[in-house]
Design a protein around this ligand. Structure first.
Ligand SMILES: [Zn+2]
Length: 69
C-alpha cells in the first residue's frame, strides 16, 4: 500500500473516503457529500461530529475497563 493514500475521515460526517480521487470534488477534510454543504451548516456538523467522536472514545474506554465489583 503506497503511503499517503490512506482513507481520510470526513470532518463533517465522519465518513471514510479516498483522497485525492480524479473527478471527485472531495477535499482533504471533507467528503464529496459534505463539500457542497454551506460552510455555516458544515461547521455545525463538524461540531456534532467531534462530539460523537468524543463519546465513542469514552464509550470504548468504558467498555475496555473491567467492571468494578
Ligand atoms: Zn462528509
Amino acid at each position: 500500500m503506497p503511503s499517503g493514500e490512506r482513507p481520510r475521515t470526513c470532518r463533517a460526517c465522519g465518513k471514510k473516503f479516498e483522497y485525492p480521487v480524479k473527478g471527485s470534488a472531495a477535499t482533504r477534510h471533507h467528503c464529496e457529500d459534505c463539500v457542497v454543504i454551506p460552510v455555516e451548516t458544515r461547521k455545525i456538523l463538524e461540531r456534532l461530529s467531534s462530539r460523537v467522536t468524543q463519546l465513542e472514545n469514552q464509550l470504548r474506554r468504558l467498555q475496555e475497563k473491567p467492571p468494578t465489583s
